[in-house]
Design a protein around this ligand. Structure first.
Ligand code: PEP
Length: 242
């Protein structure tokens, strides 16, 4: 399968930063991998308008309902209307900052599909959980709770993002990434006949200097990139490694 380089701009970016998209597309007109950037909702339509067929755009969250009295929230249909093809769900920052649970993430995934979006469901352990030897238990529970029964390789991507590796410059060893990704693949195979086709992304301090090593790990089908997705030169370096 083609690998996926997905960028998460988080709460960063205004009009002035859209030049990074122009630079990225100019430098990588026909990359080997697929490219996706998830900007803040305020930039989605403008980014989609500038992106050629070489770049997909996505949301960073959606509400489980299609519309209604939910001040400040954005529905999956609104993201699709703005040009999104994907939406990140259950990112550890949403789980920590907004108390998002596995069951809420599951509802959001169903809402995403309802609007025709691919759901990127994030799972990952904290440092304390890893130190306590609970990594696979935690990830197994998140996967079971967050990914609905109707998931397919076409409508769902799984991102393994150890919380302690996000924005810290620290990454697991390639053996640790391989262990978790093999576990994810096996757990998916318990539930889904097309488990081999699901894209499994690694996320957490991916940068141009470590991308090639991480992408060589079995069952790593791409990356979810935070800080290094903000600048075309950095994200382009990751794209080139895929
Ligand atoms: C993320 O938050 O999805 C992420 C992977 O961040 P960073 O690349 O900055 O660690």
């Amino acid at each position: 399968m083609r690998k996926l380089a997905a960028g998460n701009w988080k709460m960063n970016g205004t009009e002035a930063d859209l030049g990074e998209i122009d630079a990225l597309l100019a430098a990588h007109p026909s990359p080997r991998c697929e490219m996706l950037i998830c900007p803040p909702a305020t930039l989605l339509a403008r980014m989609a308008g500038r992106a050629s067929s070489g770049l997909m755009v996505g949301g960073q969250d959606c509400h489980p309902k299609t519309s209604g009295a939910h001040t400040g929230d954005v529905s999956a249909a609104m993201l699709a209307d703005a040009g999104a093809s994907h939406v990140i769900l259950g990112h550890s920052e949403r789980r920590a900052d907004h108390g998002e649970t596995d069951s809420l993430v599951r509802l959001k995934a169903e809402a995403a599909w309802g609007a025709g979006l691919v759901a990127i469901v994030c799972v990952g352990e904290t440092e304390a959980q890893r130190d306590a030897g609970q990594t696979l238990d935690v990830i197994g529970a998140q996967l079971a709770g967050s990914v609905p029964e109707a998931a397919t390789a076409a409508n769902t991507v799984i991102a393994y993002e150890p919380v302690w590796a996000i924005g810290t410059g620290r990454t697991p060893t390639t053996a640790e990434i391989a262990e978790v990704h093999a576990f994810l693949r096996a757990r998916l195979a318990d539930r889904f006949s097309d488990a081999e086709g699901f894209r499994l992304l690694y996320g957490g301090s991916v940068k141009p200097s470590n991308a090639a090593e991480i992408f060589a790990v079995p069952n790593v089908d791409g990356a979810l990139v935070g800080g290094a997705s903000l600048k075309a030169a950095d994200f382009g370096g990751i794209v080139a490694a895929l």
